[in-house]
Design a protein around this ligand. Sequence first.
Ligand SMILES: Cc1cc2nc3c(=O)[nH]c(=O)nc-3n(C[C@H](O)[C@H](O)[C@H](O)COP(=O)(O)O)c2cc1C
Length: 256
Amino acid sequence: MVAFRVTVHATALHPFVLERYSPTGFRRDHTLSSAEVHSLFEAARRAPSAGNSQPWRFIAGMRGDAVHRRLTGFLARSSAAWAPDASLLVANLVQRRVEDTDFEYSEFADYDLGQAVAHLTFQANALGLQVHQFRAFDRDGLHQEFALPDHWEIATMAAVGRPGGDATGTDRRRKPLDDVMWTVANIGSQHADPELPKSDRAMPSRRSRSPRGRAPGDQIRPVLVPRIEATIPFGTVRRVGVVAGRPRVVPGSPAP
Ligand SMILES: Cc1cc2nc3c(=O)[nH]c(=O)nc-3n(C[C@H](O)[C@H](O)[C@H](O)COP(=O)(O)O)c2cc1C
């Protein structure tokens, strides 16, 4: 039984967004076909990544097989209460460094792995499954168990299956939307960048209360830093403006 219900305006949200949650119970009578498992990792493989660097690998075990058993041996007490029942257990690996060097492989590696797992989660939902990502496991122990090279790290694990048993889930309270939007006011003032297309300007603030750290009546100004010329992959030079710490790519400025 699903104990949590998301109360949002259903018309605006995709069913995946409404239905997805992290169950703390899985049905032991459910198994995945190898075609379904294939589709999960195919979805992950198709995720976007910075410079197409694809800094991810996965170790996957189906309940009953040897890899699943090896993975469950390194669960923390909290995750050991529910993760072993999942039809599929996955260790999500991120490439931390370039092989045999101290160079960071990609500053976006964790970000990209997260997107890949999000793609897998989306595909799981399409198969009627849920995914519970978690950190509650022995990272070093698992690293040694699978004799992973040093430039790879196990970032997280994920349990995939059909919710069941005590599938109550975790804390689902969310910050209000107002709090997660870094809105910028006075965009039409002298501080606004007149060359930014209207569609790329920051949203006008709809806050009825003052943002964090500011007293009522304080003027909120967009933090505009000077433009920089950036070379991005695919050989195009684009003009980049940064508004309130959020980089915005302004189309145009073709490569000379
Ligand atoms: C990177 C990451 C690490 C997490 N670690 C754990 C964990 O160790 N144990 C756990 O029960 N849930 C873990 N979770 C699940 C979160 O607690 C869960 O996503 C959050 O409470 C929101 O609930 P929801 O996914 O049902 O919306 C983790 C999720 C992420 C993305």
